[in-house]
Design a protein around this ligand. Structure first.
Ligand SMILES: Cc1ncc(COP(=O)(O)O)c(C=O)c1O
Length: 375
């Protein structure tokens, strides 16, 4: 298994003092106080034992309400599995649905962890392209040619990392129809579901799944600035959910109790914090896009998540070499596009989740790099 190219940059950047970090998807915000307090009270009350493999019942019930109201998914409690972050839900879903040697469809570009999970589970990866003509959103006609004999799962991700694309309902329906026609499962990574710049939530694949082929993955990490708490969840057809629950015992057993109580407070508490963070990310998006447009640097304008996918070919360098020089010469860490797939070779990804001062200074230095090295 390859290491994540994002983590490699992070590790190198951590050895250089004063670097501006734009490479990781780590919110600049603290976890809201009422959520932290819920965990503190749980620990104080001695809520410190093992919890059920599938998650504490109150949290699973709150998830049922949340996905019904916000995502349009009609699920029962037995379809909800609380996991240590979205990444564990993705790992469990592929483990439940595939055998070694099976194939999974992953976009190019895509978040590197999908490929890493596939490698650990001895799955083969087939890539399908995301193209600018469709705003970097997946399209059934570009997925179909990648389907092979042993393909089991189509992985989708909207709002998407690294491009910030949001897949619309028509494209989602076509993708689910395609998967159904070929007998595939869909694993839809929606950890950025509420981080959209128009409206309040991205369309969810699970809401357009009449035949029970979709496993949807969500997380508390991004929506509530809870990356370190490690709480996510999957909503799956009952037969898949029961496999996920069973598999959780030998892998992680359960999610820690106080963190689940914090997650419960996040869902049941006031949602103004989500709105405030989303507004802040939108304002940062607008400002970064304005600066890129002002000097004509091509990029994908994100509609959700918190990343900007920037074409740095104007520098005369590929994304990996550009990222290397930007770090060592100008002190800014960005994720090289090649970490997300061959289609990212001319790109870098920056994170809007960094604090605004760092973000804008980092973007200025990045633009300086493109101009100076390109001459
Ligand atoms: C697309 C995508 N999916 C899933 C995750 C996993 O998030 P977590 O495990 O913190 O819920 C991330 C985190 O960066 C991500 O970008």
């Amino acid at each position: 298994m390859h290491r994540s190219g994002i983590r490699e940059v992070f590790d190198l950047a951590s050895t250089i003092p004063g670097v501006i970090h734009l490479e990781m998807g780590e919110p600049s915000f603290e976890t809201p106080a009422h959520i932290r307090r819920a965990a503190a009270s749980a620990a104080e009350e001695g809520y410190t034992k093992y919890t059920p493999n599938a998650g504490i019942p109150e949290l699973r019930e709150a998830v049922v309400r949340k996905v019904r109201e916000r995502n349009g998914i009609d699920a029962s409690v037995d379809q909800v599995v609380v996991t240590p972050g979205g990444v564990a839900a993705l790992y469990g879903a592929l483990l439940a649905l595939c055998d070694p040697g099976d194939e999974v469809l992953i976009s190019d570009p895509a978040w590197p962890n999908y490929r890493m999970i596939a490698a650990l589970q001895h799955l083969r990866v087939r890539r399908f392209p995301l193209v600018p003509e469709h705003g970097m959103a997946p399209r059934a006609e570009l997925v179909e040619p990648a389907i092979g004999e042993r393909t089991k799962v189509l992985v989708l991700n909207s709002p998407g990392n690294p491009t910030g694309q949001v897949t619309d309902v028509a494209a989602l329906r076509e993708l689910i129809d395609l998967a159904t026609a070929y007998g595939l499962w869909v694993v839809s990574d929606e950890v950025y579901d509420e981080l959209v710049f128009e409206g309040e939530v991205a369309p969810s694949a699970g809401a357009y799944d009449p035949r029970g082929r979709v496993v949807t993955v969500f997380s508390f990490s991004k929506t509530y600035a809870m990356t370190g708490w490690r709480v996510g969840y999957a909503v799956a057809p009952p037969e898949v959910a029961s496999l996920l629950i069973k598999a959780q015992e030998p892998i992680t057993a359960c999610v820690n109790g106080p963190a689940q109580r914090a997650a419960l407070a996040a869902l049941d508490g006031p949602q103004a914090c989500v709105v405030a963070m989303r507004d802040a990310y939108r304002a940062r998006r607008d400002e970064v896009v304005r600066r890129l447009d002002a000097v004509g640097v091509p990029h994908v304008e994100p509609r959700g998540a918190f990343y900007v996918w920037i074409d740095v070919s104007g520098s005369g360098l590929g994304g990996a070499e550009f990222a290397q020089r930007l770090l060592t010469e100008l002190g800014v860490a960005v994720a090289p596009g090649s970490a997300f797939g061959a289609g990212g070779r001319d790109f870098v990804r920056i994170s809007l989740a960094a604090a605004p001062g760092d973000l804008y200074e980092g973007v200025e230095r990045l633009l300086r790099g493109i101009v100076e090295w390109g001459c």
